[in-house]
Ligand binder design. Structure first.
Ligand SMILES: NC(=O)C1=CN([C@@H]2O[C@H](COP(=O)(O)OP(=O)(O)OC[C@H]3O[C@@H](n4cnc5c(N)ncnc54)[C@H](O)[C@@H]3O)[C@@H](O)[C@H]2O)C=CC1
Ligand SMILES: O=C(O)C(=O)[C@H](O)COP(=O)(O)O
Length: 377
């Protein structure tokens, strides 16, 4: 059995080699000759998987260690009898923590309390739903837009996109990329939407670049200096607009989901699906794989206010570590992908044990996802 795995999938070699010969390869461009005798192909979002790549090849299973699946032609795979599995939700916590890291930074810069802002969440699935819970735990009002969930009759107060735009001080997008169909999300944020944003809105895109029309965004930012923008994803990638990069407040190279936990979950979810597919089902607990983090325990004295939360959040992950390198190298071909391939280890809040002497602080931090405990007296 030969299994091709993207070289940017931590733990893939050690897991997949339990079931066959593993070859780790770059995802963009993928060395296509290696597919001639491959049974399994495990990719990330940078590899387009379609008829052009796989027709006439022996590949029987495709896995993607990602939440998004817009790089996969699922209809063709099904017609061709090739099994497919993704990793829904694997990196949702990572994206939520990216958003918090960014918002706490802007809140400190601009001197506001998150609790005084209304956050509009567009796409309330694995990422948006977790973001809603953590924001509300911190006392932030959220307004939600998710037409597929509203149409399914899911519980929740879902508003139209126009209504959310009217109410939101912070507008954050967490939809899949659909180029057409009833829930088309391509250019969901178009010129009209961007012009309709309330004064001083913070706009965030950490889902897929083309969900926000980047040409329109640049045009609007040239007219409106009141807006703040956080972009993790770009239209197009990897060749983003340098003029736009210059205008945004926080800019990163599509790494919002890149915690070690998030990537490891992606690998294990796909490995578990593959091992079941070949009739050797195996479960892999994350705790078997993850190393001890650099900072594993800290003591917090007293109450938890927003500046203290920011310091804790930034101890685990400060988004500025990813913003500066992108600005430095974005003009050079290949550097966007290199930043992503050589990504420095980043952990989730749950990796930090926080011992508190204040009960409310311990309860709040636990709700937010830290490994928080009340100090024993
Ligand atoms: N920047 C990064 O590193 C990452 C980006 N992503 C992207 O974020 C997207 C969302 O991730 P998840 O929450 O895990 O996906 P999900 O599938 O769990 O949730 C997506 C939600 O968006 C809703 N939705 C679909 N079309 C919509 C529309 N037109 N308007 C409003 N809502 C709509 C769906 O009903 C669903 O509730 C992924 O599809 C992926 O493209 C995901 C993880 C990491
Ligand atoms: O899971 C997703 O969807 C993402 O956007 C991933 O974080 C993207 O990472 P790569 O697959 O491009 O490494």
């Amino acid at each position: 059995m030969k299994i091709l795995v993207d070289e940017n999938m931590p733990y893939a070699r050690e897991l997949f080699s339990r079931t066959g010969n593993v070859l780790a390869v770059p995802g963009r461009p993928l060395p296509e000759a290696e597919l001639a005798d491959a049974d399994g192909l495990m990719v990330r979002s940078v590899t387009k998987v379609n008829e052009a790549l796989l027709a006439g090849k022996p590949v029987k299973f495709v896995g993607t260690a990602t939440a998004g699946t817009d790089h996969i032609d699922e209809v063709w795979l099904q017609q061709a009898g090739i099994a497919f599995s993704a990793a829904p939700g694997c990196n949702a916590i990572a994206v939520v923590e990216y958003v918090f890291s960014s918002l706490l930074l802007l809140a400190e810069r601009d001197g506001f309390q998150l609790r005084d802002r209304t956050v509009g969440i567009v796409g309330v699935g694995n990422v948006g739903g977790r973001l809603q819970k953590r924001l509300e735990a911190w006392g932030v009002k959220t307004v939600l837009c998710d037409p597929p969930r509203a149409d399914r009759g899911d519980d929740g107060d879902f508003l139209s996109l126009d209504e959310v735009v009217k109410q939101a001080d912070i507008l954050t997008f967490h939809t899949p990329l659909f180029k057409d169909g009833p829930y088309k999300s391509w250019h969901l944020a178009d010129l009209a939407l961007l012009m309709a944003l309330k004064p001083n809105t913070i706009l965030i895109n950490a889902c897929r670049g083309p969900v926000v029309d980047n040409v329109a965004l640049l045009e609007v930012l040239n007219m409106r200096s009141d807006l703040s923008v956080i972009l993790d994803v770009w239209e197009p990638e990897p060749d983003l607009s340098l003029a736009l990069l210059d205008k945004v407040d926080i800019a990163t190279a599509h790494i919002a989901g890149y915690t070690l936990e998030g990537k490891a979950r992606g690998t294990t979810q796909v490995f578990e699906a593959w091992s079941a597919f070949i009739g050797q089902p195996q479960q892999v607990p994350l705790s078997e794989l993850l190393p001890t983090p650099e900072f594993s325990s800290i003591t917090l004295q007293g109450a938890l206010d927003q500046p203290t939360l920011k310091r804790l959040v930034h101890l685990v992950y400060d988004v500025r570590r990813d913003d500066a390198p992108l600005r430095k190298v974005a003009a050079q071909p290949g550097e966007f992908d290199r930043l992503r391939k050589q990504y420095e280890e980043r952990r989730e809040w749950s990796s930090l044990q926080v011992i508190c002497n204040d009960r409310d602080a311990a309860e709040m931090l636990a709700k937010l996802g830290f490994d928080a405990h009340l100090q024993e007296s």
